[in-house]
Ligand binder design. Structure first.
Ligand code: DGL
Length: 270
């Protein structure tokens, strides 16, 4: 029997679902195996070594499903572990920082770009490096927003409390003369409405999800590995923590995408 090779996507928790949604939309034939390390989220405040170790553990776990590529749909893990993992694993491995940087460079008119992310991502300087590698003329301002991920992980992303937390977290960067803001954490698209309200219509908000899905599409096309056939794929979603919460958030976020393709939900503690 032919078994369709999957795209393996991982994150510290539910944030990577923002990338999953775009992959399901742009590449509906592709099977996805997702791992959200919800038991150990957030990764943002952890040390680089710890994030690297956790990411390697998840990749080792996912590799047993024989995926055709791995997507580190977590900025913190991309900054900490992408290079090492890509050097070790014999299939394509991509992160979300370069796609996010590319999308921001395309969007900016003034060359003044803001980045918000976890403490780990902002401390790594990975976005500034990626943006300046593409264009040495851009000016980058960054702001860590450690308060936001827990609201998303607890399914509280449409509450007054999360709106207040967004307003407080952006209190510095909203006064910067930027025209583009990178949501440098895959959890933040869950909060795109309050973020947009605070930043105002003059600032374009960039999520890496679109550009990451496009990069997946390009890589699979180049390798002759795009899925074909008319059967809809059966996705597999794993989480390491509260399965009920994970499913609730995933169903809410993925909405109609899930009506087109069935999902098998599983818990795994690695
Ligand atoms: N979603 C992740 C990111 O893009 C990590 C959030 C966290 O676990 O702190 O950085």
């Amino acid at each position: 029997m032919f078994v369709q090779q999957a795209i393996a996507i991982l994150d510290s928790g539910v944030g990577g679902l923002t990338v999953v949604k775009e992959v399901m939309r742009q590449l509906p034939r592709e099977k996805i195996i997702y791992f959200g390390d919800t038991a150990r989220a957030p990764y943002g405040p952890r040390s680089t070594e710890e994030v690297k170790l956790f990411t390697e553990q998840i990749v080792d776990y996912l590799i047993q499903f024989n995926p055709k590529m791995i997507v580190i749909a977590c900025n913190t893990a991309t900054a900490a572990a992408l290079e090492d993992i890509a050097a070790k694993v014999p299939i394509p491995v991509i992160g979300v920082i370069h796609p996010g940087a590319r999308a921001a460079i395309t969007a900016t008119k003034t060359g003044r770009i803001g980045v918000i992310g976890t403490v780990g991502t902002i401390k790594s300087g990975a976005y500034t490096a990626a943006l300046q590698q593409l264009s040495p003329f851009v000016q980058v301002v960054s702001q860590a927003c450690p308060a936001l991920v827990p609201y998303v992980e607890q399914g509280l992303f449409r509450t007054t409390e999360s709106e207040n937390a967004v307003a407080e977290s952006l209190n510095g960067i909203k006064y910067e003369p930027i025209d583009t803001l990178i949501l440098g954490c895959t959890h933040y698209p869950f909060l795109i409405e309050p973020i947009g309200k605070v930043m105002g219509p003059g600032v374009k908000l960039i999520s890496s999800a679109d550009e990451t899905a496009r990069e997946i599409s390009t890589i699979l096309y180049d390798k002759g590995k795009l899925a074909s056939g008319d059967d809809s794929p059966i996705h597999q979603f794993f989480c390491s923590g509260d399965a009920e919460m994970f499913q609730r958030i995933a169903r809410d976020w993925l909405g109609e995408q899930l009506q087109r393709a069935p999902v098998v939900w599983q818990i795994s503690t690695l």
